[in-house]
Design a protein around this ligand. Structure first.
Ligand code: BG6
Length: 369
């Protein structure tokens, strides 16, 4: 049932082109317009949304963080991301024009379910992004947008994460199209880019030998840091989470801009740091800013493991290792840049002889508060 792979996690990592492709399937008509047939919240109500709150836990919450950047950019609707257990008990503010979007692979996470129920009590609309048909959270929600990642068995989430990000993009683009703002016309162009992601994932996954080798040589490492900016920030957080979950190594993700406000004190000779570099085409010169972060930490002796777009030569002088990912639109980059970090965690865990699919102390779906 592992289809020739040694673990479910490895199999699921390699299924990611399908997880994204299948989640995109049937969401556009012949003219390229987005259509959400099963959307059970009316177009009028969706046009009226003045605030979105995303509630989720763990990896799903990082998908939500990626979504915030994209949905705000495309729709100009303010988006907040709240860990479900924090949302529930923080006296949140919501109205009938608030759309509370829950993200959950299992659809059974108790913390997320409680947040959805609370959103209802507050009068908000609720939409669930979920991978499991007929599970509790979609049943308790006004509408559901299913991800089609297929069953995810490994405790640590991989393909569900990519499918969740994809579904969030679909939602954002759909809202943009519906509301007819300045971005509405571009929605189809972004969808086109999105449809190219599965082939790019295939290419990327065929190219993981060096990452695996780096991981195998790092079995004794005690701490790894991850830096990212903009949509690369949640990717850094996810890279760190994967490493904690799977390899029991102390790992932390930071927003690269925070470096000088504290974390740079952690840099000492030999400290491994992954840096998720935005593509050179990213607005606000973010590429240049992150390249200078790499330079700063390298000057202090960090071992820099750089994830950069194909053809980005600016990173080369400051990188101990360059891990290449195919080019795409800046907001879609997480679908590619997170993959080497998943493979890294998988291989490091394997090198340590640990149980990749069933890490200690963790459960696939946490059905208690
Ligand atoms: C955690 C899992 O307990 O729950 C994570 O270990 C997962 O992998 C999180 O991201 C949320 O789960 P779900 O099913 O709500 O997406």
């Amino acid at each position: 049932e592992k289809g020739g792979y040694s673990t479910f996690m490895e199999k699921e990592i390699y299924e990611q082109p399908h997880a994204v492709g299948d989640t995109l399937l049937g969401r556009t008509d012949d003219t390229g317009r987005l259509v959400l047939d099963d959307m059970s919240i009316s177009e009028e109500q969706l046009r009226d949304v003045d605030r979105i709150i995303i509630v989720a836990c763990g990896t799903a919450a990082y998908a939500g963080m990626v979504a915030k950047y994209a949905i705000e950019h495309w729709t100009r609707i303010p988006v907040e991301v709240s860990l479900a257990h924090e949302f529930r008990y923080s006296d949140p503010i919501a109205s009938e024009r608030t759309l509370v979007v829950s993200i959950s692979q299992s659809g059974e996470t108790m913390d997320t379910l409680m947040a959805v129920k609370h959103a209802h009590e507050l009068g908000a609309m609720t939409l669930s992004i979920c991978n499991t048909h007929g599970s509790t959270i979609p049943r308790e929600s006004d509408a559901v947008l299913y991800t089609h990642a297929g069953p995810e068995i490994a405790v640590a989430s991989t393909k569900a994460f990519l499918a969740q990000i994809t579904a969030c993009y679909i939602l954002g683009l759909y809202l943009a199209q519906l509301r007819g703002g300045t971005f509405a016309d571009d929605a189809q162009a972004v969808m086109k880019e999105l449809h190219e992601i599965p082939a790019k994932l295939e290419e990327l996954l065929g190219n993981m030998d060096r990452v695996s080798e780096i991981a195998r040589f790092m079995a004794d490492t005690r701490s790894v840091l991850f830096l990212g900016r903009n949509v690369g920030f949640p990717v850094a957080l996810e890279g760190a989470l994967k490493l904690k979950e799977l390899a029991y190594i102390h790992a932390e993700g930071f927003a690269a801009g925070e470096l000088k406000h504290g974390p740079i004190a952690l840099i000492e000779p030999g400290q491994p740091v992954f840096i998720v570099v935005p593509g050179p085409g990213t607005p606000h010169e973010l590429h240049k800013k992150v390249v200078s972060n790499i330079q700063e930490i390298r000057a202090r002796g960090a071992r820099t493991l750089v994830i950069a777009e194909d053809g980005d030569e600016d990173v080369v002088p400051f990188a101990d290792e360059v891990i290449r990912v195919p080019k795409t639109a800046p907001l879609l980059a997480p679908l590619l840049s997170v993959v080497p970090l998943q493979v890294f965690a998988l291989q490091l865990s394997t090198a340590k002889g640990l149980d990749v699919d069933q890490p200690r102390n963790l459960a696939k779906s946490v059905t208690v508060e």
